[in-house]
Design a protein around this ligand. Structure first.
Ligand code: OOG
Ligand code: NI
Length: 471
């Protein structure tokens, strides 16, 4: 058992998954469906002799344990403390997501490992949103502030353990165990609300997510998502089993070369809640927040690739809106429009649309060994194209490690009962990265930069091994 950051992350992810399974049994069923679909997909791809499966997907150390979760926070203290908590597990804020575009008064980042090695061990990531108080109406803001001021979503012991971890650089196994047990409390579901039913209704009328963020004593994990290698098959199995699956898969269509992220989900559960009463007793009510989701990850796109993706998706959505296209017709339209997005590894590589990792091929290694006697001319400038054409080095795509919350806006919306009163006001807002970083107490990393660095580093290793001046 290791208690370094990677070990802590793996253990925490496992413990959280067990807790969520007991809280939301349908999540456990979904995991079973994913295992079944993946086994079948591997069998099918072996039978067809045409492998469409990304090797990264079947790395046993990574794939089976891979999860992402999502939490929603209310204050700067909560966000900054969560940042410290995730840092103990080697998870750092990457990317800024402005959710006002979808009509939500929130912005977000994703806490995740940032190195290839850490991602390979356990890529656990948590999409973390925080409320934008300035986008609420005054009355709701006051109510939200009052409710948030009276809660602490961290146990006192967790706060002590954070100080210890930060001053000593790590935790002993005993303290690590305590850290995990205490950390889980922040994400646990509580059916006792901290507000009255009337206050809850008021918050919900402005936006259901405000009520979800503000009304409870913890920041309950609202979903935990396993990764599959065949989301179409999972979708089919979910429907076959009568699970309350959402109708469409979000994101890009099914392709030979999968890109970014495809996601589907089952609808939020209606849960009983005890609301506070002025007379100190409780009133029964209900809340829908927690759901199950599944995802298939594809290749990370460069800025250029992402731009093309966004352009095509916009085209799809405006055509769909214009003609009122829905259901399987929407899927067809999506597929047609995405014909404009190259779908071979070499075109994605040569046109600079996706990120890749380079490595020396067995042929390259053989040549290298035979040239030990007479080392190559290190001053020689060899181009990447030449090395690829000679078969000295090869590339494989980098996996997309981030999120597409706006394309998954459908997931958000399918889990919300009513329409927001203040949607128009929110949608007119500007993104506020500076404001978000102030609440976080740190900067967020740029995801494109991280992929670019991984790609560069892999090429640098090749250059050094081949003893070349430049590639
Ligand atoms: C976050 C939704 C974002 C995803 O997979 O895009 C997310 C939320 O519901 O709070 O998890
Ligand atoms: Ni999600």
């Amino acid at each position: 058992m290791t208690w370094d950051q990677n070990g802590m992350r793996a253990q925490f992810c496992h413990a959280l998954s067990e807790m969520y399974k007991s809280e939301v049994p349908l999540y456990g069923d979904l995991i079973d469906v994913v295992y079944e679909a993946d086994a079948k997909a591997i069998e099918n791809s072996q039978e067809s002799g045409f492998s469409v499966i990304d090797p990264d997907d079947i790395l046993p150390s990574r794939h089976r344990v891979e999860r992402h979760g999502a939490i929603r926070l209310g204050t700067a203290f909560e966000l900054a403390t969560i940042r410290r908590m995730f840092a103990v597990m080697g998870m750092y804020p990457v990317g800024y997501y402005d959710l006002s575009l979808a009509g939500f008064p929130m912005h977000a980042t994703a806490f995740r490992p940032t190195t290839q090695q850490a991602l390979d061990i356990n890529p656990f990531r948590v999409f973390t949103t925080v409320l934008r108080m300035e986008l609420l109406t005054e009355k709701t803001r006051e109510l939200a502030q009052k409710a948030l001021d009276q809660r602490t979503i961290f146990t006192p012991r967790l706060l002590e353990l954070l100080d210890i971890a930060e001053s000593q650089g790590s935790l002993t196994p005993e303290l690590g165990t305590e850290f995990i047990a205490n950390g889980l409390e922040t994400f646990r579901w509580h059916s006792k609300a901290t507000v009255t039913l009337n206050e809850y209704e008021q918050l919900k009328a402005e936006h259901p997510l405000i009520a979800d963020i503000v009304s409870f004593p913890s920041s309950h994990i609202n979903h935990l998502t396993p990764r599959t290698i065949d989301i179409d098959l999972v979708q089919k199995l979910m429907l076959d089993r009568g699970m309350p699956a959402k109708e469409l898969i979000e994101g890009p269509p099914k392709r030979v070369c999968p890109i970014l992220l495809r996601q589907t989900s089952f609808k939020a559960l209606e849960e009983l809640v005890d609301f506070r009463d002025t007379s100190d007793s409780h009133v029964k009510g209900s809340h829908t927040a927690r759901f199950g989701e599944v995802e298939q990850r594809g290749y990370a796109l460069t800025r250029k690739g992402r731009h093309l993706y966004d352009q095509i998706l916009e085209q799809v959505n405006s055509k769909a809106a214009e003609k009122g296209v829905k259901g399987s017709d929407y899927d067809e339209l999506l597929e047609t429009c995405f014909h404009d997005f190259p779908d071979t590894l070499s075109s994605l590589h040569d046109r600079g649309l996706a990120y890749f990792s380079y490595k020396i091929t067995p042929l390259g290694e053989k040549t290298l060994r035979s040239s030990v006697e007479s080392p190559p001319d290190t001053a020689a400038a060899v181009s990447l194209q030449d090395l690829l054409a000679q078969g000295t080095i090869a590339y494989e795509p980098l996996t997309y490690e981030d999120f597409l919350p706006l394309s998954a806006g459908g997931i958000f919306n399918s889990n919300l009962g009513s329409v927001s009163l203040s949607k128009k006001l929110i949608m007119g807002a500007d993104p506020d990265l500076d404001g978000f970083q102030r609440l976080l107490g740190a900067c967020v990393a740029d995801e494109f930069h991280l992929y670019e660095e991984m790609q560069k580093r892999s090429l640098e290793v090749c250059r050094q091994t081949l003893q070349l001046q430049t590639i």
